[in-house]
Write a protein that binds this ligand. Sequence first.
Ligand code: BZD
Length: 842
Amino acid sequence: VEASIPEPQREAWLKNQASGFKGKDEFEKEVVRHVETTLARSMFNCDETAAYAATSLAFRDRLVIEWNRTQQRQTFADTKRVYYLSLEFLMGRALDNAMLNVGDKEVAKSGLSDLGFRIEDIIQQENDAALGNGGLGRLAACFLDSLASLDYPAWGYGLRYRYGIFKQEIIDGYQVEVPDYWLDFNPWEFPRHDVTVDIQFYGYVKKTTDDSGKVTAHWEGGDTVRAVAYDVPIPGYATPATNNLRLWSSQAASGEFDFQKFNSGDYESSVADQQRAETISAVLYPNDNLDRGKELRLKQQYFWVAASLYDIVRRFKKSKRPWREFPDQVAIQLNDTHPTLAIVELQRILIDLEGLDWDDAWNIVQQTFCYTNHTVLPEALEKWSVGLVQHLLPRHLQIIYDINLFFLQSVERSFPKNREILSRVSIIEESQPKMVRMAYLAIVGSHKVNGVAELHSDLIRTTIFKDFVTIFGPDKFVNVTNGITPRRWLHQANPGLSDLIATKVGGPELFLKDLTLLNKLELSVNDPAFRKAWAEVKLANKQRLADYIKTTTGYTVNPIALFDVQVKRIHEYKRQQLNIFGVIYRYLKLKAMTPEERKKVPPRVSIFGGKAAPGYWMAKQIIHLINSVSKVVNNDPDIGDALKVIFIEDYNVSKAEIIVPASDLSEHISTAGTEASGTSNMKFVLNGGLIIGTCDGANIEITREIGEENIFLFGNLAEDVDDLRHNHTYGDHKTDPGLDQVFDAIHSGTFGSVHDFQGMISAVRDHGDYYLVSDDFHSYLETQDLVDKSYADQELWITKCITSVSRMGFFSSDRCINEYAEMMWNVEPLQPETNIGTKKGE
Ligand code: BZD
């Protein structure tokens, strides 16, 4: 049906175009209107939640206008688009970001005050959109922000989980998981009940042969689940461009709610069918860097990928171009291997539904996709059992086998008689049961593969994907070092620092668009007034965190103390255990001192935060130990302000916005070679904190940018890890003596029952210390001593901080996106000025 309004009636539309509020009076009017009409409440019944809702709706109205225009412009310009496929988008809150990007936050502040509210309280009413686990999901969110801010025509595609990552409660020192039902009221999404795709599962494959002898496969039977689109506007900063994030929600396909069953009294089974369908998008899997191979997870992946590709193909087909032009119009980025089935699905669409030859189709597929790898940890590399894929997606398994066959044949031609390489690179692992190696499939089906920091990209080229470099040549494997959006991670989280920086490098609309302008700060590094203001901003941020700690934990911390922060998912490879063992060592040392000696030690607050995957027993033990140490240390009258240990419950994006600006020192201490990049390391330094870290991930590039004298590096290097591990197993390996003291204290029951922490100790002493905690312990302690000494010289410390911030421009996610665009996607920005007149289609 033609939905476009005919020419003669368009005048009435143009005359009445929506515009949103202008100025404070109109803002107030819009808020009151939304309270009174949209929410059907009044000034006698308007709490902060209602004020949040109305404020959001007022800004949303403005956002939507630009969003519509951007979509029209992109449709009309008909240029190449990027599609970012990610199972996770860790967005956090939207209102503050919308106010920043639409502009007029000041208007809202004073308008809300007229109406009886404080803007800070209103912003805090919003639930985080926590549709991700950690770094990978937050990276996707930063990338969306940069894509819009740089005017790239881009869409994100993901799943609309009813429950995001669980909320963490700490009860008696243990993590308890509570469901995160966040969709209660979400003004930022637009249900598109008219944009649906029916997705097939299970069934069987039938082949038919036509008169010319051409064989066509037909996937028949099985179940159908309906995907419904929910759209979220993604505003760019200092540009009207507003992109779209499309999240799919699952529901029963029509007919699936079986009225026959229902009418014949079988209510329960008809409702069960409905619920089975809704289960697909119900919950985010809370495992980071661990592959568990659950059927529902595979269903989620195919459901999301198939709906997204249908949508992308539908959009392409409107242009009536020949298929070979598909890669000129479409670039699809796979965020890790989670969307790898998209490769198979596009090949299926092209050969089974559109009738292309295999080779033509496969060329199109390879030219369309790029794949980002985020890990080298073997337990995180995705594999699916052949049996499961066969059962759920019978046609896809056939196509995977054909992809593998043609790939191995080509390898055979290049490396004749090398059977070893064939079995090493086969997409099908000949194990019991046989497994599909998703990373290999992603490499074979893409034209570019990237790692996320230099060391990580080197590691994938020389270890896990070595054979593929031999086969495809080195140019296919590139590096794009991660970045973060300075809009959220500097300006929004740390307005004090952002304003101060603005006085030296020009207004926010300059440096928030080109972060390399920060280098001008270096000219002011010796300016006493600037340094004083800098220290005041840091102290105010620390006071804000201290207040938060007081209200949430009851503990009082001294904002003058060094705030030492480690906030990230709890994982053995990230080594929170190294940190807490170091804290225990410090505690024992303090206990052994006289009160006079103790007074001379620079006071510290060790702050931890992060979630453990619900089934990750060791990670939960680490959380328990931190909380147990916290209880003992914080209540020890000998210790006072010299040491406090804090675990912040339920670490998430919004809490990061309070914690990151308040740190003096943050810990990025993974075993060398295990953390692909890390991104919070960048956030902390950008906010004027220093880092203690290993030579791992992006720490290495941060060091190169800010200078060795501004970072506290320690520990063994990635190149030595294998030998050290070998020595643990076969050599004569002793635990570090300092660490032995720590273990003795734990054994003596200082922090509660030894039994609760025995696993952590055994991992080091009896099970090969895979993460090299003991090997790095001494170096870690020495470096922490150096931190204490450096912090005592506040003048030098501030110089280090200012210098570091001034050199952090490289780590803007805008730089990443430009690199992806040039090296991998071959797309150009679409400037908003390019006016388009009236549109057709979409
Ligand atoms: O991705 C992380 C890496 O561990 C970090 O080093 C890196 O900085 C970021 C961004 O590139 N990986 C994850 O966060 N991974 C997951 O969260 C995840 C989720 C589901 C399944 C597997 C991994």
